[in-house]
Design a protein around this ligand. Sequence first.
Ligand SMILES: NC(=O)c1ccc[n+]([C@@H]2O[C@H](COP(=O)([O-])OP(=O)(O)OC[C@H]3O[C@@H](n4cnc5c(N)ncnc54)[C@H](O)[C@@H]3O)[C@@H](O)[C@H]2O)c1
Length: 308
Amino acid sequence: MSTISFTDRVVIVTGGGRGLGAAYSRELARRGAVVVVADNGCDLDGNGHDPAPAQDVVKAIVADGGRAVASTEDLSTEKGGQLAVDLAEGEYGRLDAIVANAGNVFNASIEDWPTDRFESLLRHHLVAAFNVVRPGFAVMKRARYGRVVLVSSSAGVFGQHGMLGYSAAKTGMLGLMNILSLEGAEFGIVANAIMPMARTRMADAVTGVGAEDPDGSAFLDTLRQDQVAPVVAYLASEACTANQTVFSAFMGRVAALQIGITRGWTAPDGSFSAEDVAAHLPEILDTTGLLVPRTLYDEMGYVTTPDQ
Ligand SMILES: NC(=O)c1ccc[n+]([C@@H]2O[C@H](COP(=O)([O-])OP(=O)(O)OC[C@H]3O[C@@H](n4cnc5c(N)ncnc54)[C@H](O)[C@@H]3O)[C@@H](O)[C@H]2O)c1
């Protein structure tokens, strides 16, 4: 098994100052990467600014003999994303990988979701990823090499009560992944996503587990950050051969999501009624021979050339 090395590679880790992002930053730096720890140190609501988390991670990496620099701008702004990319390119002359991990959280039942909270979730996850990835893509395209890891969540992909804005934002990451991998292919740019689970301040807040709940706390401790970071290191590396794939990682298990479409039911003469849909629902939902399109044309091809 060859060693996965990041020697002389430059990686931006958004939200790299705390939790999983800090674990990714340390793991990448340990493997030789120069890490731009891009984190504005906001609170879980996405408010406030504190340079300390990013600076502390940088200090810890440097103390261990690694190389890192902090970018403490708000990535939900276009300027913040551009500055993180400029820092990587300006200081080190390159940008090899982006781990788009920054985000915030809020929980409420649907009727109670305030508009500003919903928008805040989209901004801190999805727009923040876009703000780094768009200028970063241009740098990677010139170098004809790049790796993008978008952090999604099973709360979005599969669903979770109370997480309306969060889930919408996290599923949006898959849209970014699809287009990055399609448009990046000819330039050696590869994009994948990860659905992690690990104990962090966000996980504590979402589960409501506190010191007064020793059982809940003990369970959360089984969700270790070092059971996610190796997957991100692989996906951010030159060794990564996966593309346009969503990985799930927690508790030592690594798996891949299949976004497929059933073979479905086709109306014999192309015309049908709502009653036909009801009557053929079992065939429509039957997952036997699931098809996994990579583009919308792939899906169209399955219908126009059904025997493939
Ligand atoms: N912890 C889990 O179990 C879990 C599960 C699924 C997905 N995730 C995702 O993993 C990522 C990391 O989560 P975590 O649990 O480590 O959370 P965390 O709150 O510990 O860390 C998130 C970091 O992102 C930073 N951040 C937020 N908005 C920012 C912005 N606009 N600009 C710059 N920095 C910003 C915060 O300052 C914070 O340090 C998030 O995207 C989260 O949705 C986590």
